[in-house]
Design a protein around this ligand. Structure first.
Ligand SMILES: [Zn+2]
Length: 248
């Protein structure tokens, strides 16, 4: 077994964990924004309905006021009837009162219609209100959970970085330098398994002679295509298990 190669595999395994954790942490703000947006939609729908209900109530009040005004006009007209001199004037006033009564009827019909709407609406709005409240509670709980998760991830990342530091100390300077420059590339992969002669990172074949030499396990090789350090997982020494990493 090449010790340095085993350290490289360990370092890569830790790096993979780190990449995975960073991804899950970076997803949190996006998830929070998503659930907040969903809540805002629910709330906006509710507020719109509530505004409609308020409007209907206002219309109802206005009509009530108008009916009240019409009724007092009728009362005034009736009082004035005792003062009229001619039959023509009297008839005109009767007609006016008749018109006012018709107007009141029309408005009362409108009020009835609005009231029916208000009744139907109120029930709907009440259940919607409950739904909005439930959504709000859920959003808060989800946000709390995601924030807690992020904090947990930060802790785990610090642990992984500490483990990585220990492995790095064991790596020879030249190897570490190459490893770091490979890790800095997109994807953060410095070490590749080679199975059946194929690099498992760039998926290209390595020359058969090179694969044989790799299996001999005498020198550290790099993939001729992607330049990553190669190992053959047929050697059990390079199969690094999670629990071993805790004791690096
Ligand atoms: Zn490769």
């Amino acid at each position: 077994m090449l010790e340095q190669l085993r350290y490289l595999v360990q370092l890569q395994k830790l790096q993979n964990r780190k990449t995975h954790l960073l991804r899950s942490r970076d997803e949190a703000p996006r998830k929070i924004a998503e659930i907040e947006k969903e809540y805002q939609q629910v709330e906006a729908e509710y507020l719109l309905k509530k505004a409609e209900l308020d409007h209907a109530r206002k219309m109802h009040r206005n009509l009530e006021q108008e009916v009240g005004d019409l009724e007092s006009r009728i009362r005034r007209s009736k009082q004035r009837m005792s003062e009229v001199k001619t039959n023509k004037e009297y008839q005109a006033m009767l007609k006016e009162i008749e018109e006012l009564k018709k107007e009141i009827n029309r408005k009362e019909d409108q009020m009835l219609e609005i009231m029916e709407n208000i009744d139907a609406f109120s029930g709907e709005i009440k259940s919607q209100e409950k739904h909005v409240e439930a959504c709000k509670r859920k959003v808060e709980a989800d946000k709390e959970e995601l924030t807690a998760h992020s904090a947990q991830v930060d802790e785990q990342l610090a642990q992984i970085e500490a483990l990585q530091e220990k492995v790095r100390e064991k790596l020879e300077a030249g190897i570490l330098r190459r490893c770091d420059s490979l890790l800095q590339r997109p994807g953060g992969i410095a070490v590749a398994a080679v199975e059946a002669g194929v690099c498992q990172v760039c998926h290209l074949n390595i020359p058969p002679q090179k694969f044989i030499e790799l299996q001999r396990d005498e020198t550290i090789f790099n993939c001729p295509h992607c330049h990553r350090f190669m190992y053959w997982p047929g050697h059990e020494d390079y199969l690094v298990f999670d629990e071993e990493l805790e004791e690096v």
